[in-house]
Design a protein around this ligand. Structure first.
Ligand SMILES: Nc1ncnc2c1ncn2[C@@H]1O[C@H](COP(=O)(O)OP(=O)(O)O)[C@@H](O)[C@H]1O
Ligand SMILES: [Mg+2]
Length: 339
């Protein structure tokens, strides 16, 4: 039996339940679940998970047998006419090798892709390959680029959620569109990408959010539970704290893409110049250090500036001379955001 003193919010949970305050109740249930997991109370955690599943809209029990699941992995898109509003099918040519990742992130992402690519191994042993991954980190360090690279590697359709098209002022319309998006993606093997996921999976406890956002999040939760393993869901966020806890919990795989260190900038510079067919003579570690870039995106701007200067000089200067010119201009053009 659980020790109630380890669950300080238990009273709030009971209160919300008896007062019929559903959203607070669900939130407190989530908090209690986290506490139960923290206290290693498996029995209580399992009980709450079960309650949450039914509370969050009734998860349809997955009765698909493994042969149907395996078939689903091979299903391709029949026609591109039916892409629902709010989705854009995107072609990507970002290569995995061109995204510099910390070793541990590389490992996690490779394992995630492996499960998907060799899904039959997992399904035959009764496990669904994991299919939801959240990419977290400050802007400009490759969340979007990595998503595109995963799509490129998997070679299946990549759908980008467009919030400007998805979100409607009409009551209930956004949920309806979200529902249609999930209905569509479930029909074939593909990747669904929610960039800046905090825009839609906002914390339901946020007092600034009205009932409409709560409804959207509820739809999202039900759909995330219901999504079959042949559909990959990628989310990216720069504000993990703003994401609804229940949405967060659905993403079993989470990776952090931090701001790079000098050694990663060096690696980036080397790779980026090489992609344009250049091999600077200078020590790229020193260049990486001098740049004082804030993220990879900034380093990318610098490399492109060097290449532009080299082109502008009609290739009459060396790449190292172009780099020198770019460094001179660099400090002057790098206006920082006020902090
Ligand atoms: N880890 C990285 N490795 C290589 N290039 C990167 C990396 N992160 C960012 N870039 C480059 O910077 C640009 C912006 O990155 P992006 O993926 O949009 O960042 P985010 O989505 O995290 O804000 C991309 O065009 C990409 O080429
Ligand atoms: Mg991005």
């Amino acid at each position: 039996m659980s020790d109630l003193s380890q669950y300080p919010n238990f009273l709030d949970l009971l209160k919300a339940g008896s007062q019929g305050d559903r959203s607070t109740f669900l939130e407190e249930l989530e908090n209690t679940l986290q506490a139960a997991e923290g206290n290693n109370d498996r029995a209580l955690a399992a009980l709450i998970e079960e309650t949450l599943r039914t509370e969050e809209g009734g998860k349809v029990e997955d009765k698909t047998d493994s042969s149907n699941k395996l078939d689903a992995f091979n299903k391709t898109l029949k026609s591109v006419k039916d892409i629902p509003i709010g989705l854009v099918m995107t072609k990507t040519n970002v290569h995995m090798d061109h995204v510099i990742l910390p070793e541990e992130v590389k490992e996690i992402i490779n394992a995630f892709i492996e499960e998907q690519e060799h899904n039959e191994k997992y399904i035959s042993k009764g496990l669904d390959p994991r299919n939801k991954c959240m990419l977290i980190g400050p802007p400009g360090n490759g969340k979007t680029a990595l998503s595109k690279a995963i799509a490129n590697r998997m070679g299946c359709p990549f759908y980008f959620v467009r919030y400007d098209q998805l979100i409607s002022q009409k009551a209930g319309e956004t949920s309806k569109r979200l529902f249609a998006i999930f209905d569509f993606v479930k029909t074939h093997r593909c990747i669904l990408f929610f960039d800046e996921m905090d825009a839609i999976g906002k914390d339901r406890g946020d007092e600034n959010e009205g009932g409409e956002m709560k409804r959207v999040v509820s739809t999202l939760l039900v759909q995330l539970d219901d999504i079959p393993p042949h559909v990959i869901i990628l989310g990216a966020t720069n504000h993990p704290g703003m994401i609804d806890k229940a949405v967060w919990r659905r993403f079993a795989v989470r990776v952090n893409l931090p701001n790079p260190e000098t050694v990663e900038y060096e690696q980036y510079l080397h790779m980026a110049f090489e992609r344009y067919g250049h091999k600077p003579e200078r020590d790229l570690e020193i260049l990486a250090y001098r740049l004082e870039a804030e993220n990879f995106a900034e380093a990318e701007v610098f490399v492109e500036d060097c290449i532009r200067r080299w082109i502008r000089a009609d290739e009459k200067i060396s790449i190292d001379e172009a780099i020198d010119l770019a460094i001179d201009g660099w400090a002057k053009t790098r206006e920082k955001l006020p902090t």
